[in-house]
Design a protein around this ligand. Structure first.
Ligand SMILES: C[S@@+](CC[C@H](N)C(=O)[O-])C[C@H]1O[C@@H](n2cnc3c(N)ncnc32)[C@H](O)[C@@H]1O
Length: 246
């Protein structure tokens, strides 16, 4: 409970900052890399019922609604971001429901959705397994999850070779966001953990992993823009896709 209320207040304090970063497209890792990977994993969403778990200011839900998903629900713990998401969807005439709620206690019925996207969310949770179990609960049989994570093996690792004992321990990283030189007003906490913790939690929830991708710059991106070589110095992201099997 302590973690949840602290995370809530840190995102509340960062809400204006976060909206600006996302809405001005300042996070190049997203705009140039991970958004495309998540949307590709989502595939054709026409007519699919979708949950954007930990939706922040709601842009992914908006993209999925614009792509034909119906209904679309976004859930986030931060009321300021949920309010911003609601306002924007209303202004853009998009039929999206946003709720302030914990991804580990989703306000959705069993089997209510066909697709769960969790973009940069599972690393916010000290214990991701309950949220992953909730994703499975709210998915219809055959429903899918696409979860974009910080790369378990490389993100935050400073030592080469990696300190093995450190890798297998969940690691708490408290840091300010620093995106394109814009630093967040207050720090946020992220958790990294070994890949096997995620695969175990997916399996325990009845989610069969169908793919693990590591979004990274293409040859052309590396050729065309030195920013990628300067900034993408190790694998930073992992995208896990899974299907509800049980
Ligand atoms: C890094 S942001 C990503 C937001 C959004 N998915 C995006 O990609 O822009 C993490 C989000 O997770 C939310 N969050 C953290 N813990 C949560 C929880 N237990 N339940 C719901 N949302 C949570 C935060 O409020 C924040 O909006």
């Amino acid at each position: 409970m302590t973690t949840i209320s602290r995370d809530r207040s840190s995102y509340s304090a960062n809400a204006e900052y976060w909206k600006r970063i996302i809405r001005d497209g300042l996070d190049r890792y997203r705009t140039g890399l991970t958004d495309a990977a998540v949307l590709e994993a989502a595939g054709d969403v026409t007519g699919l019922s979708v949950l954007d778990a930990g939706c922040g200011e709601g842009y992914l839900a908006r993209l999925l609604a614009a792509g034909g998903a119906r209904p679309v629900v976004g859930v986030d713990l931060c009321p300021e971001l949920v309010e911003a998401a609601r306002d924007t969807a209303a202004r853009e005439g998009l039929d999206i429901t946003y709720e302030t709620a914990d991804v580990a206690a989703l306000p959705l019925a069993d089997g209510a959705v066909d697709l769960v996207v969790a973009n940069h969310v599972l690393n916010d949770l000290e214990k991701p397994a309950p949220a992953i179990a909730e994703f499975a609960r709210v998915l219809a049989p055959g429903g899918r999850v696409a979860a974009l994570l910080l790369h378990p093996c490389f993100y935050g690792s400073r030592a080469t070779p990696v300190d093995v004992a450190d890798y297998y321990r969940p690691r708490r990283i408290e840091q300010h966001f620093d995106v394109a030189g814009e630093v967040s007003p207050v720090p946020v906490v992220a958790w990294t953990r070994p890949l096997e913790d995620f695969t175990r939690a997916f399996a325990a929830a009845g989610l069969g992993i169908t793919g693990i991708r590591e979004p990274h710059p293409s040859e052309q991106q590396l050729r065309d823009d030195p920013w990628w070589t300067e900034n993408f110095t190790r694998p930073l992201f992992m995208l896990i896709t899974a299907t509800r099997t049980a």
